[in-house]
Design a protein around this ligand. Sequence first.
Ligand code: BGC
Length: 365
Amino acid sequence: MQLIGKAGKAAAIAAIAALALTACGRAETPTTGGTAGGEAFPKDSSIGVALPQKTSENWVLAEKLFNDGLTSAGFKADVQFANGGVSEQQNQISAMITKGAKVIIVGAIDGAQLGTQLKQAKDAGATVIAYDRLLLNTENVDYYVAYDNFKVGELQGQALLDGLKAKKPSGPYNIELFAGSPDDANAAVFFNGAMSVLKPKIDDGTLKVLSGQTSFEQAVTQGWETENAQRRADTLLTGSYSNATLDGVLSPNDALARAVLTSVKAAGQPTPVITGQDSEVESVKSIMAGEQYSTINKDTRKLVEHAITMVKDLQAGKTPEINDDKSYDNKVKIVPAYLLEPVIVTAANVKTAYTDDPILGPITK
Ligand code: BGC
């Protein structure tokens, strides 16, 4: 863990929280430490898991892993996707509370829109764990379990630079920037992590963004939807690249990287150096084929396993382990976090990166 990364991350979270801040947001003196736990609960209790939309493979995998892991630990697993959007997720969380869930694990569609339900959950005595995405503007979140999101962005930014240099030893290089969905608290953190690496190179002229679109607000992809990224890429290519080559693209995840590549191909451009995230099967194959440049390995099995470990600790009346108590300021409190380390994957290490992964291991042998 790097201190600079952490400070930047806290600032990034604070910045988006400030953007999303509504009248109900309160900036209290931050509190840290285990706020839940203490009282054990029956081993066969209901545990709610509220997942967002299926915008990437990691969420689909998480559904199965939560169902299997919680059930085999003896709990009643109540795992729900909210493909219909925020109000569906709000209703699902309320239903979990009504069914008596002792822990509610939330992968939020919009981390700032669940305040009422999270308060209901806490009032009913449940512990709330933010999973992968932070819950914002609420004191009613006890823990956060995620991969280090700022680090993900830093790795993406560095990979883009490395890939460009490997293709052509010196710049300037033309690049475009894509970010995730602005309602997902992670999106700005990924972008800010990447920009901590790229911005100095934009400032010194090594990197050129011909569209001029360098802010997070300009780079976002609503709903993490591939159609939106593809449409924006089409527009950028028509507007700024009819007489220029697009050398590189910062893409926040694999699904959007593949969408951008589709657009680039249709425009008759050579394949740019493009980043990704999630180690999706199609993207890992694309890296092996020399198309997509990089992805990030954030093993979902480890993340779900850690969330379930927290549930088991809470069930036994123990305070779950955390390893970070200063990075994730949700604007009301600093949420005690357990962060896992993301790993960059390119053609250079793709054959060794997934040796213990049951899906990707055999593909990359
Ligand atoms: C996750 C990414 C994922 C994205 C879109 C983010 O919150 O951290 O792994 O690619 O959501 O589903």
